[in-house]
Structures are given as structure tokens and as C-alpha cells.
Design a protein around this ligand. Structure first.
Ligand SMILES: [Zn+2]
Length: 108
């Protein structure tokens, strides 16, 4: 069963639950305060890869602080950052290239 993300409207806790697809939009119990939390599809898109035609991955590991985005765009021309500081990768090959560019080591 797939994993879905929920965000509590009360304490803002974000958590994942395994659900049947048909039940994905049913609210889940917040593990912190017990209130019903609605599904957060925005968090799912941020946290995992999205595949709709071309796969786009958002890497938090290679990201930066939101205020550093303009600096990082200059430091790595051609690299794409979201406004909140995540690196955009288009598939595994692109991700590997970005890792290499930065001199990072990939622990697989
Ligand atoms: Zn809560």
C-alpha cells in the first residue's frame, strides 16, 4: 500500500501513513495531539519524486536555506533551485551529476 502524508491543523505535525488509495483522503489521527489531520498532498510532492512525463526530483540533501537560493544559483549555473531552497533533479543521472559537481559523496 502506498504512503500518504498528513499535516495536523492543530500542532502542524507532519506524518506518513500507509493507506489504501481509496482511503487516502480520509483524515488520519495526529500522533502528537490526536486530532484528525487532513492529507497533505503538497508534502508528498515535496518529499518524494514526482513522475508526470518527466521525472522531477526535489533534493533537500543538496538544498540550501531559502535566503541563499540566489547565491547558490550563481555558484552552480545550470542548477535549478526551488524558492524554498531545494535542488531540482531530473532523474537519477542528473542527481548523480549534481552530486559530483558539488564534490559530495553519495551513500547508497
Ligand atoms: Zn496534532
Amino acid at each position: 500500500m502506498p504512503l500518504f502524508t498528513y499535516t495536523c491543523p492543530n500542532c502542524k505535525e507532519t506524518f506518513d501513513e500507509t493507506r489504501r488509495i481509496a482511503e487516502r483522503n480520509d483524515p488520519a489521527n495526529c500522533p502528537k495531539c490526536g486530532l484528525f489531520a487532513p492529507r497533505d498532498s503538497g508534502a508528498e510532492i515535496r518529499g518524494t519524486h514526482v513522475s508526470s512525463g518527466t521525472a522531477v526530483w526535489l533534493s533537500e540533501a543538496m538544498g540550501c536555506q531559502p535566503e541563499e537560493v540566489p547565491e547558490f544559483r550563481k555558484a552552480f549555473p545550470g542548477s535549478e533551485y526551488t524558492d524554498d531552497g531545494r535542488l531540482v533533479c531530473r532523474g537519477l543521472k542528473h542527481r548523480d551529476a549534481e552530486i559530483k559537481r558539488r564534490g559530495y559523496v553519495d551513500y547508497k
